[in-house]
Design a protein around this ligand. Structure first.
Ligand SMILES: Nc1ncnc2c1ncn2[C@@H]1O[C@H](COP(=O)(O)OP(=O)(O)OP(=O)(O)O)[C@@H](O)[C@H]1O
Length: 640
């Protein structure tokens, strides 16, 4: 049996924040006091009619007349039963709600001045952890830190704080583990560990205002206590921290300096946690705290019982009467308030901090390498390799070393088209699914002003153009030889250029679709038929000259048309196709002359005029690619 050297009675130690001083040397964390006064939040919601269909929109009051403060040097807890409005309050404090959703009369002040808090100095840890699943624990925290710290901090300094944060959150043992996702192929770290990585990713840059939505859920009691202890240390350094928490044990409860209790969107207590018991026991409907019952458990039971009385619930109205009668004292002593008011920056000064910590170049470098790592894990998987081997297997078996004669021209054409279909379809579908997953993370990080849309988009483009098409292009390069296409190096190179550009254009089209259609289900339903339609417009199934005039215009924006045309031209232009030994041309192409000029095969597919040029088709593919990328960028900007 292993010996246990830990003293079980020892309290878990909170973070030592020495490394922080390295990173923020000479940069005092700006002190921030956020006050909410009579805040009523009523977002617009879509009404569902009795038949399940949506019918109009109306406002739902989620929070009513909330008055509370999150102060520097104070650790605040927000407690209340499920649905009482705690998460909504986080969104309001972080300035993430639509301004029209706050009812007139709601006042929010930052350091005494009415206005919006700069998002860069706010950190939010949400209930759901949006992490990069193919990055390790350390990489997730590092990129989060690096994107939020100024360039003046060296990589070594940032790495030192990342390490210290990992040590204190107990993540060092799993620092090199891939985070993974519960439903993914790579199982990754446990739910509690994911939560700690999320917390570490925000904590690592020590934001002035830190809001955490149930950071202890999924953690064991010791880790939960260590985490709250860490937050306590941070608050002692001047950070303003609010934590949404469910039924904390007494040792955790005692660490809080301020408590806000919510019930059905209204305040039932706002003040010193040590006064909560006395106050609640003074309510006529509330009994005494039973012996051997945890204070937080009792508080939650009291609120839940009150909620069950529905219309007759009393606690909120009792609190409203109480604050009218009593002058509720500020949580901050007069002397501390004086010191604070001297050291608190004005709202104008807080907003004067540069918009982004890092230059465009650094953001681009970081986002490119982060996206590359994430996508490599998604695209260069064993499953993807097996899929390509399967395609390779039956492409080689069915189209093995095609004899170069007129009898086998059709098979040559069909293989060139099949290669586009097989690869482009998969590329479009995965472009749609992958971006839909990235969208939520992008939204959150953009809300925190971590980087600009342009640097994200360029970083993503760099990754899309390599990782996403690498295996499909490799497949094409091998099939070229197994099928016995035109055996010159120049033709091989031109095949590579045309095939690569066709697939990367399909990728760009998929990205555009996934941005333009925000609903994943709808995007996934629409992507295959749209892709198929553009493939039919490619000219294999219906030669271009036979296409219905009313729809033929669509072939001008079909990536498959230009890709297929370029591959066909590369295969046939400037060479004669021999006939079979008996001298008969066995396909009904052109004049039946023998040997058959390659140009006749090209013309038979409707590739005529300017389209007969390989470089025209390459130019059009590049043009389409640019068009889809620009459209995707514009849609992304508009979606913000
Ligand atoms: N944008 C919105 N539109 C409509 N209803 C909303 C909106 N935001 C929140 N609500 C509703 O307001 C109530 C409070 O939601 P909120 O998520 O803030 O509660 P919570 O206290 O954080 O709950 P939990 O502890 O379960 O996370 C819920 O009934 C929720 O459905």
């Amino acid at each position: 049996m292993p010996t246990c050297t830990e003293d079980p009675s020892k309290e878990p130690e909170p973070i030592k924040l020495s490394a922080l001083s390295n990173v923020s040397a000479g940069r005092q964390v700006p002190l921030v006091e956020l006050s909410l006064q009579n805040v009523t939040y009523a977002p617009l919601t879509t009404k569902a009619s009795s038949n399940g269909k949506t019918s109009g929109r109306k406002r739902t009051t989620v929070l009513q007349n909330i008055t509370t403060t999150i102060s520097p040097y104070k650790l605040t807890a927000w407690m209340g039963p499920s649905g009482s409005g705690k998460t909504s309050l986080i969104s309001i404090a972080a300035d993430l709600t639509k301004s029209g959703d706050l009812v007139e009369g709601s006042i929010i002040t930052v350091n005494g001045e009415e206005g919006k808090i700069p998002k860069r100095i706010v950190g939010v840890v949400w209930q759901d952890d949006l992490l990069l699943t193919n990055l390790t624990v350390e990489e997730n925290i590092y990129y989060s830190a690096r994107l939020k710290t100024p360039e003046s901090c060296s990589d070594e300094q940032v790495s030192a704080v990342v390490l210290e944060t990992m040590i204190e959150l107990g993540l060092t043992d799993i620092r090199n583990s891939v985070v993974g996702s519960p439903l993914g192929v790579v199982r990754g770290v446990s739910g509690g560990e994911r939560k700690r990585v999320s917390v570490a990713s925000e904590l690592v840059v020590r934001p002035s205002l830190l809001l955490l939505d149930e950071p202890t859920s999924g953690l064991d009691a010791t880790t939960a206590q260590a985490l709250i202890g860490t937050l306590k240390v941070l608050s002692n350094m001047g950070h303003s921290i609010a934590v949404v928490i469910h039924q904390p044990r007494t040792t955790i409860y005692n660490m809080f300096d301020h408590l806000l209790l919510l019930s059905q969107g209204s305040t039932v207590f706002n003040g010193n946690p040590s006064k909560a018991r006395e106050y609640l026991e003074s309510c006529p409907i509330v009994g005494e705290l039973p012996p051997e019952t945890g204070l937080a458990d009792w508080i939650m039971d009291v609120i839940k019982e009150d909620e069950q009385r529905r219309e007759a619930a009393m606690l909120a109205s009792h609190w409203a009467e109480y604050i009218n009668k009593e002058s509720v004292h500020s949580m901050i002593s007069d002397s501390l308030r004086k010191t604070l008011s001297r050291s608190m920056s004005s709202l104008h000064e807080l907003h004067a901090v540069p918009k982004f910590n890092n230059s465009f170049r650094t953001q681009l470098k970081l986002l490119t390498s982060r996206t590359m790592k994430q996508q490599r894990g998604e695209r260069l998987t064993m499953t993807a390799v097996i899929l390509q081997l399967l395609y390779l297997f039956f492409s080689a078996v069915l189209w093995w070393r095609l004899p170069n004669n007129t009898a086998r021209t059709f098979e040559r054409n069909s293989l060139l088209f099949f290669m586009i279909i097989a690869q482009a379809n998969g590329i479009v579908i995965s472009a749609v699914t992958v971006f839909q997953r990235e969208r939520a993370l992008l939204k959150r990080e953009r809300a925190k002003k971590m980087y600009g849309v342009s640097s994200y988009f360029l970083g993503k483009t760099a990754s899309d153009m390599t990782n996403n098409v690498l295996l499909p292009v490799l497949y094409g390069l091998v099939v070229y030889w197994t099928a016995g296409f035109r055996p010159t190096f120049e033709a091989y190179l031109k095949f590579f250029v045309a095939f690569y550009l066709t697939l990367s254009t399909a990728q760009s089209m998929g990205l555009w679709m996934s941005i333009a259609i925000p609903n994943m289900q709808v995007a996934l339903v629409l992507a295959p038929p749209i892709t198929l339609f553009f493939m039919i417009m490619g000219g294999f199934y219906i030669p271009l000259q036979n296409m219905n005039r009313g729809i033929a215009w669509a072939s001008w924006i079909s990536f498959a048309r230009y890709g297929y045309s370029a591959l066909i031209i590369n295969e046939y232009a400037g060479r004669d196709i021999p006939c079979l030994d008996d001298g008969e041309a066995s396909i009904a192409i052109g004049t039946g002359v023998c040997p058959l000029p390659g140009e006749e095969v090209i013309a038979s597919l409707g590739i005529t005029g300017v389209a007969e040029s390989y470089w025209f088709n390459i130019g059009m593919t590049v043009g389409l690619q640019v068009m889809f990328r620009v459209a995707a960028y514009i849609f992304l900007r508009r979606a913000e």
